[in-house]
Design a protein around this ligand. Structure first.
Ligand SMILES: [Zn+2]
Length: 282
């Protein structure tokens, strides 16, 4: 059942030279999930930051109708408070970044998201973390380069978060906890994977994918609503100041809006980007 990627190539072409802060790639998970696991739709959507040799065509520029979504994500609501020890980068060596990322996932993100999703019948498995010390990463979702300010990306084929050390260091120089915003966003894609919350359309437009990205931003905000209490010098300024606008991830204004929507409500129900008016997801 491969409703495969007419969209993929079109999308890649459409993305073109967009400046990417956070990349992601989404494909169906491996077969054979446990019985209480919510399987992802059989759809393949990939965003790899743009392939100049991608086929053109298929991108109409119009927004697709609202995709079928798993409402369970929205009814998950608020995340429980977690006691995660200082989700910040202590040292910026590759080992230090690995330690930060493992700690953030195991003690900050999983303990918050897993019970919230379990409440609504969705099992969340731990994602894999790969620390990438080179400028190029290969993954089952395709290659990814840290050029154009790509900091991290998520591949659904292997449920793996890839974190580029260079980008994480840049963020850590601004605030030692700022890389947590990157992990919270990528973890948002992991949550989307578990709840089917991405466009289930084989001709997903850039606009539809932007809604996916902005929803991940909102989910990051939902985590920070509670998680910020673990961050001694947390401030909203560095979070909102980090955004760079681009076609795929949305304008700076949109990205800030959706992070704030999650952050200020602390509720996944605020993350309905797929049904938001077009001017809210530009
Ligand atoms: Zn993303």
């Amino acid at each position: 059942m491969t409703r495969r990627p007419r969209a993929l190539a079109a999308l890649a072409a459409a993305i073109g030279l967009a400046l990417i802060l956070l990349g992601f790639a989404i494909r169906p998970p491996a077969p054979g999930p446990p019985p209480d696991y919510a399987p992802a739709p059989e759809v393949s959507i990939e965003h790899d930051g743009g392939r100049p040799d991608g086929e053109s065509g298929g991108e109409t520029g119009s927004e697709r109708s609202a995709p079928t979504l798993d409402e369970r994500l929205y009814s998950a609501g608020a995340l429980p408070a977690v006691d995660c020890p200082r989700p910040a980068v202590g040292d910026t060596s590759a080992d230090g970044l690995r330690e930060f990322a493992e700690n953030a996932v195991d003690r900050c993100l999983m303990p918050a998201w897993s019970p919230a999703l379990r409440r609504v019948g969705v099992r969340l498995d731990r994602p894999v973390i790969k620390i990438v010390t080179t400028a190029e990463a290969s993954s089952p979702c395709g290659p990814m380069s840290s050029k154009n300010l790509v900091l991290a990306f998520y591949c659904t084929d292997n449920a793996t978060i890839y974190l580029f050390t260079d980008g994480a260091r840049r963020y850590a120089e601004r605030a030692d906890w700022l890389p947590m915003t990157v992990l919270a966003h990528e973890f948002g894609h992991h949550v989307q994977r578990a709840t089917n919350s991405w466009p289930v359309d084989d001709a997903a437009s850039t606009g539809a994918l932007r809604r996916t990205e902005l929803q991940a931003e909102c989910l990051a905000g939902v985590w920070f609503a509670e998680g910020k209490d673990n961050i001694r010098d947390f401030a909203l300024g560095p979070v909102l100041g980090r955004y760079v606008g681009n076609e795929t991830h949305g304008s700076v204004e949109s990205r800030r809006r959706w992070f704030r929507a999650g952050f200020e409500s602390g509720d996944t129900d605020a993350c309905r980007t797929y049904t938001a008016p077009a001017d809210r997801v530009g």
